[in-house]
Design a protein around this ligand. Structure first.
Ligand code: 1CP
Length: 361
């Protein structure tokens, strides 16, 4: 062996990961695929381990987190695992009185209204999250041995989307209270967004420092605002979250639903990959995002209810469109619908993996 002063490169067992290659904009042997909300809800093995255990309770139990995160990887052979948790879990960890109600979602007991309400929310430190660190470490070890090494995606909610739950007190259609604060009390809004940006950044940092290989920042409901309001009231804090973990060097994915009008701005917030929802023709999304960043998406999640050959024909269109992007990670245009037949997602995964990318990418 030739003489070298350089230490051996750190081997993580993930050198061959198609997901990580695509996330970094490198050539891939096949289009990588994973599914938003792949962990949970639609899987019988998930419903079984969750029997009699509350959602938040599950999210604070390292053993359950590990098992649920691994379930879709075992079943489908997807190219990445997504950490089982929730975007409101860090709020719970710092002491915000909230629950995740079955069939509803996150519900906050005392919605945030005033500057004093914002100031009463403590900052998040790693000491709040020992079960997260433990679960990530265990998972990374287990995932190294699955399908030649499967990376773990850590995640957090972006400040706007998390703020919507804190201000509305629960899921919303119009985001009226959230936007009333934005327009009517901008100093409270800025303080709230700053608070959440710190919490989401700390949540991501804990996951990455424990071994997560990539992150996704979910701004699911950012599509509720127009471009100008996005730039003034949303983007600066998403950018703060993404830049705060920049030094950790992991690829960053940024996704929102109904975000077609914001795709370029969401990329400019500091993402390497922008998630595209199914309402946007992927080729148009790629044009908006530009050649500097990759794309993730965007099969309509209801296509799993179509005949298999209809679903795969649409998946082929998505893959073909994705070939014009800097890089493409296949996904649904939003989360797996709970009534999805897992066998159909297994067929979809196999189809994406077998789809030939003949020319050199
Ligand atoms: O009891 C249960 O099973 C509750 C269902 C459930 C699950 C399984 C909720 C309630 N959250 C989760 C897990 C979850 N949430 C994950 C883990 C990975 C996975 O499931 O594969 C992730 C990444 C999230 C993120 C999340 N939570 C988002 C962003 C992604 C998205 O779907 O847009 C949002 C908006 C939430 C809030 C939330 N939590 C749960 C629900 C039903 C909701 C949405 C409520 C609403 O419509 O406002």
């Amino acid at each position: 062996t030739p003489f070298t002063c350089h230490p051996e490169p750190v081997t993580t067992g993930l050198e061959h990961s198609a997901f990580l290659k695509a996330a970094r904009g490198e050539a891939v042997p096949h289009t990588p695929v994973w599914f938003m909300r792949q962990a949970g809800r639609s899987l019988p093995e998930y419903l079984k381990v969750r029997e009699g255990v509350g959602m938040l309770e599950s999210c604070m139990n390292a053993e359950l987190i590990t098992e649920i995160t691994l379930q879709p990887v075992r079943r489908y052979g997807v190219d990445a695992a997504i950490f089982f948790s929730d975007i409101v879990l860090p709020l719970k960890a710092v002491g915000v009185d909230l629950d995740i109600k079955p069939g509803v979602g996150p519900v906050v007991a005392d919605p945030v209204c005033t500057l004093a309400d914002v100031e009463a929310i403590p900052d998040l430190t790693p000491e709040h999250l020992p079960f997260i660190t433990e679960a990530v470490r265990t998972l990374v070890g287990e995932l190294a041995g699955i399908n030649g090494g499967t990376p773990l995606i850590g995640f957090a909610g972006a400040p706007f989307t998390v703020a919507s739950y804190l201000v509305e007190g629960g899921p919303s259609k119009e985001y009226a209270k959230t936007k009333a604060m934005m327009y009517g009390a901008p100093e409270v809004w800025d303080a709230l967004m700053t608070k959440i940006a710190g919490i989401s950044a700390a949540f991501l940092r804990v996951q990455v420092e424990a071994g997560a290989s990539a992150i996704q920042l979910f701004d699911s409901w950012a599509g509720a605002v127009n471009r100008d309001d996005y730039v003034r009231f949303v983007q600066p804090w998403s950018a703060r979250v993404l830049s705060s973990i920049g030094e950790l060097g992991v690829p960053k994915i940024h996704f929102g639903v109904n975000s077609g009008e914001l795709l370029d701005l969401m990329g400019e917030a500091g993402a390497d990959i922008v998630g595209v929802d199914w309402r946007v023709r992927l080729a148009d999304g790629i044009e908006r995002i530009g050649p500097e960043r990759g794309v993730q998406g965007n099969l309509d999640p209801t296509l799993v209810f179509a005949p298999t050959e209809v679903m795969t024909a649409r998946a082929a269109e998505v893959i073909e469109a994705g070939r014009t992007a800097r890089s493409h990670i296949f996904n649904l245009g939003h989360g797996v619908i709970p009534s999805t037949n897992p066998d159909q997602l297994a067929r979809l995964t196999d189809f994406v993996h077998a789809y030939p990318l003949t020319d050199d990418r």
